[in-house]
Write a protein that binds this ligand. Structure first.
Ligand code: HEM
Length: 914
């Protein structure tokens, strides 16, 4: 056959087949009154032109053209099936309620989402999404929903996997349903089994996000409506705490916002039509619809019909003020009848919660021209529902131009960075590498001493300088920031209290830690220090200071404050407190085997032990066996019986936990750094030793230190202050604004956090001469230090009540350490200090090489005063083998420390030249 003749044959077939089909159909349905319209070209029918209209978002016009040509009921052929297009409310009711119409199933759909499963899943989904289920979910949604607006799901690997699978599935539903490896359809099949059980999510995810996106789009050009929504949402927020989640009641009060959302759904229904298949011959308005044919109703035609809506093209949420005026089946964004969308309550709640946070925080404008082409991507996910296009791309790009009403605010300079993440990662990295000072300096250089940023999901204003310290410490509208981890691990401590309760607890703690109380503790501190040194220092060639200092301060606080002597209970408490501190630094998500989960279990155990101690003290008190000076529990119980406060035993236990954490984590940093600096400051060490020897000279060998002795350790305390100045264990104070406040002409909105970095004033050359030089002499005349420039213990009404306690224990420890040992550092001096962050406290694992002073017996007052001289002998970044052999135990603990913290510990060995 020649080329010409084959082309002729193809042409004839092309002409002949439609005629043949037309004849067959006419014959088959000769007695039927079929709707008008044509079935078009075989298989293709009107598919291409409808698809094109959908993609260009001109589907409304497409339906209108058909209606003009054939009336409200017409036949056509889409996706290979004869289809009757119905429009109007009666058509909607017919499609939604007629029992002889079932959801249309396509081959792709059956394979991808499982035909029979649909029914089962639907009933499960309906149960899951009923309104009662939505109420508790609203709470959980608060923060995550805002993320999911931008990211689609909760961040993390599951979301990533789901996103990939959805994409594969979506592509597959639009592909040729032939299962050949590596085709889109094949990939979609694999994805589908993974997400089959999550079927419900598909509708929720696509529809709700489309609604929110269009809401944002419309609001960009409707400032009055946006103003009304914002007012409604602000009113709801007004009566809530800064981090208090929304409740079901709040969502129910968002009436105006929902009207705007309904108007959006009317103008752009997320699902723009419904397909059904007739399971037997049926009739509609005198027309026959043969068995097996599809019917299709669109929503947009009734939604924009002037017969049912005044000025339907106008975006006017007011039309929903009186919803009963809308005739039935005219507004059907969620479908209707027995197959009405079961997720409507969920979508409503999700949308309203998202809007609550978005409108209160942002203003935006469109980045596409108003009439700009909207990119469409039709989703035939489920042929019962034709979803409106996936998020049209150009709409997603909303330029967020202002922070909500903050347009009228003078916010500090600086950027809030990437949503949620903000500057968290870079600040954390700086804290971990101990370069936070440089980090703050860089910010100050860029934005000045007041700048805004965002850390851990919260907008934050960074303040620096003495005026900033005073402002943060003293402003009554700034409260201590509560963190989820602290709340869960510590409970109802002073950190979470407010009003009268805060006053009572604060004065109780201050009273317990006041000087007269501390003077009574010195004997116990002395005892603990000696025991600790005998056990952990004497006889060792090297020591890792940070964990030892922690253990020392923990032991002191345990015995002094809780009366808990050495023994298995204290050991168990020490291990559990360590876990709690680690949990404080971890992501507060309670999943088994995580640090946070372990911390929570530890906190429960600690609580149990402390509760028992408290109950024992209560019993002893009732029997008249103890006095208020005995320990913290007895003291608090006595105060309660006197009516000074009304804390329960549980509350007292929570505050005891806080006291313990606040106490031992901080003082241990001071002791660690003191030893570190002294290693390279032989003159200063010499002077301290002299002062301590002088005190010891007049005491018996085992006579404990007294308050008088501690009061004479003036020089040693100056050295400690210089250490606190260079390395403040708490490197800043964090507060939350409980209402809009102003600082130096800048506005700080309610709910924002405020952070003052105290290290900046500590190292400011305007207040301290040569601030980077270790020079305790600067504290000879303390009155020369301007107010709020040296604030290691904070200031104002929340100033550390434990400062006297910390001072005393540090001085007692130094007395015994300097008189008995000389040490050298096992790390290079100029090296960046390895550190790990302990909430606000720095910890450093210093390894010291120890040498017992020749004449230093335990408690001996007559040690030689010559300080050893040391020089750096190696440049290694890890301990040399000889070091490991020398001191396997300590080296092992150093390595463990490194493994635990995940941070490198640089170790360089110094050798004695003497
Ligand atoms: C060198 C050791 C210490 C340093 C540098 C230090 C520093 C601080 C700072 C800066 C604050 C205020 C934080 C803020 O404003 O956000 C604070 C609060 C606190 N400290 Fe200390 N502290 C030390 C030792 C202690 C000790 C030994 C105890 C208890 C025995 C203690 C108990 C507390 C308590 C209970 C609070 C909370 C006070 C409140 O919220 O009103 N501290 N500490």
């Amino acid at each position: 056959m020649s080329m010409d003749s084959s082309m002729l044959l193809a042409l004839l077939l092309a002409l002949f087949i439609p005629i043949l089909l037309h004849l067959v159909t006419r014959r088959k349905y000769a007695s039927y009154n079929l709707p008008s319209g044509s079935l078009g070209f075989p298989l293709i029918g009107q598919t291409i032109s409808l698809l094109r209209a959908l993609r260009k978002n001109t589907d409304y016009q497409w339906y209108q053209d058909r209606i003009k040509k054939y009336g409200p009921v017409s036949k056509m052929s889409v996706f290979g099936s004869p289809t009757v297009l119905l429009t109007g409310p009666a058509a909607n009711r017919f499609a939604f309620c007629n029992p002889d119409l079932i959801f249309t199933q396509t081959k792709a759909l059956n394979a991808l989402v499982g035909g029979e499963e649909l029914k089962q899943v639907r009933s499960a989904v309906q149960g899951y999404l009923r309104p009662e289920m939505v109420a508790p979910l609203a709470k959980r949604l608060t923060f995550n929903i805002t993320c999911s607006v931008f990211f689609g799901e909760e961040a993390g690997p599951i979301r990533e996997a789901l996103a990939t699978d959805f994409e594969a599935l979506v592509k597959a539903t639009l592909s040729i349903p032939v299962n050949i490896p590596f085709t889109k359809f094949n990939k979609g099949l694999s994805a589908s089994w993974r997400i089959r059980k999550l079927l419900s999510r598909i509708a929720r995810y696509e529809t709700t996000s489309v609604l929110i996106i269009f809401l944002l789009r419309y609001l960009a050009n409707e400032p009055d409506i946006l103003g009304n929504i914002t007012e409604e949402q602000e009113e709801i927020a007004r009566n809530k705490g800064p981090n208090e989640p929304l409740t079901w009641d709040d969502v129910s009060r968002m009436k105006y916002t929902w009207k705007v959302a309904m108007e959006t759904l009317r103008t752009v229904p997320a699902i723009f039509g419904s397909f059904r298949t007739a399971i037997k011959d049926i009739e509609y308005q005198g027309y026959h619809i043969p068995k097996g044919w599809q019917i299709f109703t669109d929503q947009i035609v009734t939604h924009l019909d002037t017969n049912f809506f005044d000025g339907p093209r106008k975006f006017d949420p007011a039309r929903f003020h009186n919803q009963s005026s809308i005739p039935p089946y005219c507004f059907v964004p969620f479908g209707g009848g027995p197959r009405m969308c079961p997720g409507n309550e969920f979508a409503k709640t999700g949308t309203l919660v998202a809007m609550h946070y978005l409108v209160r925080q942002f203003r935006w404008k469109l980045c596409c021209k108003e009439e700009g082409k909207i990119l469409l991507q039709c989703l035939f996910l489920d042929s019962q529902l034709i979803l409106r296009p996936e998020a049209p791309l150009d709409m997603l790009i909303l330029r967020v131009i202002h922070m909500r009403k903050y347009s009228s605010y003078n916010l500090p300079p600086g950027s809030l960075g990437f949503p949620v993440i903000g500057q968290s990662i870079s600040l954390l990295r700086a804290l971990r590498s101990n370069t936070d000072y440089q980090w703050y300096q860089d910010r100050i250089k860029k934005y000045g001493p007041v700048s805004k940023m965002s850390v851990f999901g919260s907008p934050m204003v960074l303040l620096t300088g003495p005026a900033a310290n005073r402002f943060v410490f003293s402003n009554q509208d700034l409260i201590i920031t509560e963190t989820k981890a602290a709340n869960a691990l510590i409970g109802r401590s002073i950190l979470t209290l407010s009003g009268e309760e805060l006053k009572q607890v604060r004065s109780a703690l201050q009273g317990y830690l006041r000087t007269e109380m501390v003077t009574k503790c010195i004997r116990k501190m002395d005892e603990e220090v000696r025991r600790h040194i005998d056990l952990n220092w004497v006889g060792q060639k090297t020591v890792t200071v940070a964990p030892l200092a922690k253990r020392l301060t923990f032991d002191i606080i345990c015995s002094v404050i809780f009366g808990q002597g050495a023994g298995p209970i204290r050991e168990a408490l020490a291990a559990d407190f360590k876990k709690m501190v680690q949990a404080m630094l971890s992501i507060p998500v309670n999943i088994p085997f995580t640090k946070f989960n372990k911390g929570l279990s530890a906190s429960r155990r600690v609580r149990k032990v402390l509760r028992q101690i408290a109950r024992d003290r209560e019993a002893a008190l009732q029997q008249g066996h103890s006095s208020s000076a005995d320990d913290f529990f007895t003291y608090m119980l006595v105060l309660r019986s006197e009516g000074t406060h009304s804390l329960t035993v549980e509350d007292i236990v929570d505050n005891a936990i806080l006291l313990l954490l606040a106490g031992y984590e901080t003082s241990s940093v001071l002791i660690t750094f003191l030893l570190r600096y002294l290693a390279n400051e032989p003159d200063i060490l010499g002077k301290i030793t002299e002062e301590q020897e002088e005190i010891a000279r007049y005491k018996g060998p085992d006579e404990p230190l007294t308050w008088d002795d501690v009061s004479r350790m003036k020089y040693t305390w100056k050295v400690a202050m210089e250490t606190l100045q260079t390395v403040p264990p708490i490197f800043g104070s964090l507060r939350t604004a409980i209402k809009d406040i102003e600082y130096q002409g800048y506005h700080i909105p309610k709910g924002w956090q405020v952070f003052t970095a105290i290290i900046i004033t500590h190292l400011d050359a305007n207040f301290f001469d040569d601030p980077n030089k270790f020079n305790p002499a600067r504290f000879h005349n303390q009155s020369s230090v301007p107010p709020y420039c040296f604030v290691p213990f904070g200031g104002g009404p929340r100033m550390c009540p434990g400062n006297e306690f910390a001072r005393t224990e540090t001085l007692v420890a130094m007395n015994y350490l300097v008189r008995q040992f000389r040490w050298k550092l096992c790390c290079k001096d100029e090296e960046v200090l390895p550190s790990e962050m302990s909430r606000m406290a720095r910890q450093v694992a210093h390894i010291l090489r120890l040498e017992r002073r020749p004449s230093a017996a335990r408690g001996s007052p007559s040690a030689a005063l010559t300080a050893g001289r040391w020089r750096c002998a190696s440049g290694q970044a890890s301990p040399p083998a000889s070091y490991l052999q020398d001191a396997p135990q300590q080296a092992g603990s150093a390595v463990r420390e490194r493994n635990n913290s995940g941070l490198p510990i640089y170790i360089h060995v110094y050798k004695s030249t003497s």
